[in-house]
Design a protein around this ligand. Structure first.
Ligand code: SF4
Length: 487
């Protein structure tokens, strides 16, 4: 079949993770004691096809697909195994963590020490596939984009090895002129960085289903943490109508769940850092109108604590006999006010940085009371981190023992305004770092069974597979001890 532009991604990304977004975290693990075919089934099962095309696809690919179609360019999103069935002039590949250098991959690789993470392995597999090679032999040009594009600067020879013509850095809508150039047979730059961002009108609505019903409600973040690449983008919130159109697309394609995506869902519609109750409530009501289960991608502790009664009101909208909890990712990052002042001074706003540990504890209580289950992250090895900072974080984690959550410590990876700094590596882990990791692991083991009971209850099969996930968590702990990362 002939088409102008084929859009795809590797196997770890073309999955809905059993409808449980958090399981996608497993793709950043290296191969381990669970046989690969079983691990794949557990953490990133193959996406079902509808009329020959992936039923759901990563949101970023859906946006590019929509933009290309709006520009009158013939484009489709396909399963990576189907590349061989097509002839195309351009292949667009979405990549999350090309070489496994992202924070969760480097952390898991550091602990488990069993090789290249699955997401890097499967990205390479895609480029080594017969289908990809056939398209390249026929002259197709390859454009790669996504959050991991910074990694290619450190491995430029990889581009020649796999025939990647252009690596695009920026918001995808700004890459359309590159696709047009490729279609016209023009030479493409090896790297193209676009710092201009599209206006809300220039951002199209997706035309087919996104993974687990994820829809953006805005882009950017007002907090400006130095280690974060999102910081570099301006803040934009989408109007309700735009969001609702995408929810309806997913509904029409048979999805039962929605994930509202923003760096801080509670700040919807705001320029500052205090949630507007009316806007957030309206937004969640709209989503719940269409879906039995609605979750959020990210929210901040500070925003939860800033409007303590709001979470209860939202729980009353979202939770019912079909939905008993909702999830979100939350960045704790550190328990040290000293480090916060240096690297993330606005993270605690509207509170003072000195109040941050108390803000976290207060918010944790509100979250648990309202049955939200977050996956939290910490960053270890931040530049200028000192022993007293790690001790403060350890103390905070101890105080959070009743917080129903998963807390994942990550190694610092140089990004955002700190991209010139050094990576943090497992060899640099001090005794205090190890203690912090142990505290988090004990916290997680304490909660994982209870969380798994909530997490895996929608389908009969869930009760069987649940035990495998608990086993995997215990295997990480065992391996970390065996390899001497944790004592
Ligand atoms: S609050 Fe989160 S998204 Fe915003 S700048 Fe900080 S780390 Fe990035």
């Amino acid at each position: 079949m002939k088409v102008d532009v084929l859009l795809t991604c590797d196997r770890t990304l073309m999955s809905n993770y059993h409808g449980k977004e958090f399981l996608g975290f497993g793709t950043s693990a290296p191969p381990n004691w669970i046989p690969e075919f079983m691990f794949r089934q557990l953490f990133f099962p193959k996406m079902k096809k509808v009329s020959g095309f992936p039923w759901q696809a990563p949101y970023g690919l859906r946006k590019i697909e929509a933009k290309l179609l709006d520009e009158g360019i013939d484009a489709i999103v396909i399963d990576p195994d189907d590349l061989r069935k097509y002839e195309a002039k351009v292949i667009g590949i979405y990549v999350m963590d090309a070489f496994g250098w992202g924070p969760s991959s480097t952390t898991l690789a550091g602990i488990m020490k069993t090789g290249e993470p699955y997401l890097a392995k499967y990205f390479k597999k895609l480029l080594q596939s017969r289908g990809y090679k056939k398209l390249k032999e026929q002259g197709a040009k390859t454009i790669v984009g996504g959050p991991a594009t910074w990694q290619f600067h450190f491995k430029p020879e990889f581009l020649d090895e796999y025939g990647i013509d252009c690596v695009f850095e920026g918001e995808g809508e700004m890459a359309i002129h590159l696709f047009k150039k490729a279609l016209d047979g023009e030479e493409l730059p090896k790297f193209y960085k676009e710092s201009k961002v599209p206006t809300i009108e220039e951002i199209p609505e997706i035309k087919r289903a996104s993974i687990n019903g994820l829809v953006e409600i805005g882009r950017g973040c007002p907090r400006g943490c130095k280690f974060c690449s999102v910081t570099l983008r301006p803040l934009r919130w989408y109007p309700y109508e735009k969001i609702e159109k995408e929810l309806m697309i997913n509904k029409r394609h048979g999805l039962k769940t929605a994930i509202l995506h923003a760096e801080d869902v509670l700040l919807y519609g705001q320029k500052g850092v205090i949630p507007d109750e009316e806007k957030v409530i309206k937004l969640n009501k709209i989503a719940k109108k269409y879906f039995s289960h609605v979750s959020w991608s990210h929210v901040s502790f500070a925003a939860v604590a800033a409007k303590p009664k709001l979470m209860k009101k939202i729980a009353e909208i979202l939770l019912d006999e079909k939905q008993r909890w909702w999830g979100a990712e939350m960045g704790i990052e550190t328990g040290s006010a000293r480090l916060m002042k240096k690297l993330m001074p606005a993270k605690a706003k509207p509170f003072k940085v000195e109040e941050y540990p108390e803000v976290i504890k207060h918010a944790a209580g509100i979250i648990t009371d309202n049955n939200m289950i977050p996956a939290c992250t910490l960053i270890t090895g931040l530049p200028e981190e000192e022993e007293e900072d790690i001790i403060k974080t350890i103390e905070l984690i101890e105080d959070l023992k009743d917080f129903k959550s998963v807390i994942v410590p990550l190694f610092f990876v140089p990004m955002g305004k700190l991209k010139e700094k050094d990576w943090f590596r497992k060899e640099e882990m001090s005794e205090l770092h190890k203690e912090l990791f142990i505290k988090c692991m004990l916290h997680n083991l304490r909660w994982i069974k209870k969380i798994a009971d909530d997490y895996f209850r929608d389908k009969k099969i869930h009760s069987i597979i649940k035990s495998f996930y608990i086993l995997f968590a215990r295997l990480i702990e065992w391996q970390a001890k065996k390899k001497g990362v944790l004592e």
